[in-house]
Design a protein around this ligand. Structure first.
Ligand code: HEC
Ligand code: HEC
Length: 324
């Protein structure tokens, strides 16, 4: 009897959720949606066993990366890749290293469903929110409808869009303050754009990325197929999305597999004459730089680090008691 009752209640719950998902929902104001999205981002209700939140792998103090070579998800199991920092995401589509996802609303579903990262699914998350009185209370104070896949993904995406990093020393310099950069950093800027070095070929624009896919010879023997996983085009094997070069002070280790622990090692990777570049590599001629030039390049890359962004977000975490 008890089981029958539970089944009936569950049936009606599903009917209400489905109907609810179809309703128009533009009533919730943006600022309130962002607040709910932030709560969701920091909540372990999103993961199967209640142990992992988005913030487990995307930590404010590390510009929303996690400092690990590969992220640790449920039970400490390793995710496939290194967690990137999260900022200026509106300019970063398509998302993920192979670029298979076009919108932020869609990309937030990927970690929920990944068996290693959160091991849940959007239906289960909605159902749990629906069963939690406190969450329902928060929800209904913002939306005039119960949680649904649409509104959950919308809130998370609205929150992600607020993570804006645009007050590094480089930003201030390019806005017109010419006194902020040292001679070494300015020399680094010239090296970065030199045609024989060519970093700016792929790393350009406000976030120092072309948002395209390239093979720069990282882990050529790796099982990670990169963009090939999406396109099945042989030329895409080992191509990954060009990452932003902002906030490098906070986002080590580097590359899709986190295989390079420091920025100096990344620069060595691009210049190492003995590096086993693959045949499809787009940097088949190693770049020649002397130790002094490498130092200048490194100093230049660090000026895109936005400590204000990280500090403001950390303070907010502490103030609201959000930190995991
Ligand atoms: C277990 C660790 C882990 C958890 C939990 C996790 N992520 Fe991630 N996240 C990653 C990794 C690793 C990547 C890189 C994947 C790739 O490149 O294919 C990533 C990529 C992303 C990206 C794409 C960034 C870009 O520039 O393409 C976004 C956005 C994102 N995560 C948001 C979230 C949100 C929102 C949550 C919670 C719903 C979340 N993540 C939970 C590890 C995690
Ligand atoms: C042909 C395009 C291309 C060129 C030229 C290029 N890069 Fe990259 N860069 C990439 C791609 C693609 C990745 C990501 C590779 C991966 O994840 O395996 C990357 C990764 C990086 C990273 C790691 C960022 C992170 O968060 O993991 C740094 C730092 C970097 N590049 C700096 C440079 C410098 C300095 C130069 C010039 C010496 C340069 N790049 C030249 C495409 C390029």
């Amino acid at each position: 009897m008890c089981n029958d009752l539970r089944r009936i209640i569950r049936f009606f719950a599903v009917v209400v959720l489905v109907l609810n998902a179809c309703r128009a929902d533009h009533k919730a104001p943006l600022s309130r949606r962002i607040g709910l999205g932030e709560k969701l981002f920091y909540s372990t209700i999103l993961s199967d066993d209640g142990s992992v939140s988005c913030a487990t792998c995307h930590q404010a103090g590390r510009a929303f990366s996690d400092g690990l070579q590969r992220s640790a998800g449920l039970g400490g199991r390793l995710a496939q890749r290194n967690a990137p920092g999260l900022f200026n995401l509106e300019r970063r589509a398509p998302y993920l290293s192979e670029g298979g996802v076009r919108t932020l609303e869609e990309v937030v579903i990927a970690p929920l469903h990944d068996s290693v990262e959160m091991g849940s699914n959007i239906g289960r998350v909605v159902y749990r929110l629906w069963q939690d009185t406190l969450w329902l209370h928060h929800w209904l104070s913002v939306w005039d409808s119960l949680p649904s896949p649409h509104t959950v993904t919308k809130c998370l995406a609205d929150y992600l869009r607020t993570l804006k990093s645009e007050s590094s020393r480089a930003d201030r310099y390019y806005r017109g303050n010419t006194t902020l950069l040292s001679a070494q950093e300015l020399a680094g800027a010239r090296i970065f754009t030199r045609p024989d070095v060519g970093c700016a070929r792929c790393h350009h624009g406000p976030d120092l990325t072309d948002n395209q896919f390239h093979n720069v010879g990282v882990a050529p023997q790796s099982k990670d197929q990169g963009r090939y996983r999406l396109s099945f085009e042989p030329g895409d094997f080992g191509r990954f999305k060009t990452p932003s070069l902002r906030n490098l002070r906070f986002t080590a280790p580097f590359m899709h597999d986190g295989s390079l622990p420091t920025l100096a090692e990344v620069i060595d990777h691009y210049t190492h004459p003995g590096h086993p570049f693959s045949s499809q590599d787009e940097i088949s001629n190693p770049i020649v730089l002397n130790p002094e030039e490498k130092k200048c390049l490194e100093a230049f890359l660090f000026i895109f680090t936005d400590s204000d962004f990280v500090e403001v977000r950390r303070r907010r975490e502490r103030l609201l008691g959000l930190a995991p």
